[in-house]
Design a protein around this ligand. Structure first.
Ligand SMILES: Nc1ncnc2c1ncn2[C@@H]1O[C@H](COP(=O)(O)OP(=O)(O)OP(=O)(O)O)[C@@H](O)[C@H]1O
Ligand SMILES: [Mg+2]
Length: 245
């Protein structure tokens, strides 16, 4: 039985989808069988980031509507063995409800070591559906005060969904920019503001961003890939020292 994790944030554009794809690939490279569920109805992106968008025929709504069996809407990532993608509905009107997401994930979790669910921004119905089946959450924040402001509300909402295991990834970290901005004296202050246990820091990495825009996995000697590998090891229960990745 696998572990189900929702990747979320209050604010949009913090890097949830990039982290879902990058961390999913890193977990698969460690020998896990991994399913990524895109819950961003109408704005799906994981398929594009992992280079399978040209192949999509069915999505999660087709499973629910009985148009296909689950296996037909799950696509293997060609470049990363054991990494699979279940795309979000193309139309926002086909959004899946929290109870249906819970039922579907209950079936799928038997076949994977990890299921990562990419939540849309905000705390609306899309967020609730993404969180409904999860037993843990990863909160993605940047070091800007605006990005951290939503964390409190998201944590409360996650607790309403009975998710108490909430971890934090600080994404797009750039030490020089952080010092220049001066909004927080140090990273400890950022972590305090986010109010969750830090599991990793992903650096600002324009190569990784460019790779995911082109549908290639974040891997090799990209700085972000190194951070994802370390976070994946921690999620797999390994003790990896928390340094600036
Ligand atoms: N560590 C990083 N370094 C550089 N660019 C990054 C990093 N993480 C994400 N990005 C870039 O930031 C932008 C937003 O990322 P992404 O789409 O993953 O955010 P999101 O939180 O999923 O957004 P949304 O709320 O719209 O779903 C993208 O252009 C992505 O390539
Ligand atoms: Mg996204």
């Amino acid at each position: 039985m696998g572990k189900v994790t929702v990747i979320t944030s209050g604010k949009g554009g913090t890097g949830k989808s990039t982290i879902t794809a990058g961390l999913g690939a890193a977990l698969a490279r460690r020998g896990n069988r991994v399913l990524l569920i895109d819950c961003d109805a109408g704005m799906r992106g994981i398929d594009l980031m992992l280079g399978v968008s040209g192949e999509l025929v069915f999505d999660i709504a087709d499973i629910i509507n009985g148009n296909c069996p689950p296996a037909s809407a799950i696509y293997p990532c060609k470049t990363v063995p054991e990494l699979y993608i279940l795309p979000a509905p193309q139309n926002v009107r086909d959004e899946i409800s929290p109870s249906v997401m819970r039922q579907l994930t209950k079936v799928l979790v038997r076949y994977y070591d990890h299921i990562l669910i990419d939540s849309p921004a905000g705390i609306g119905i899309g967020f609730r559906s993404a969180a409904a089946p999860a037993s843990q959450a990863i909160l993605v924040a940047n070091t800007e005060p605006l990005s951290l402001r939503g964390c409190d509300k998201v944590r409360q909402k996650l607790r309403h969904c009975q998710i108490n295991d909430i971890k934090l990834i600080i994404n797009r970290f750039n030490e020089r920019k952080f010092r220049r901005m001066g909004a927080f004296p140090d990273l400890d202050a950022v972590i305090d503001e986010a109010g969750a246990m830090l599991i990793g820091i992903v650096p600002e990495d324009n190569y990784a961003s460019a790779a995911s825009q082109k549908g290639s996995p974040i891997e090799g000697n990209m700085k972000a890939a190194y951070a994802f590998d370390r976070i994946a090891a921690r999620l797999d229960g390994k003790s990896v020292r928390l340094v600036l990745d």
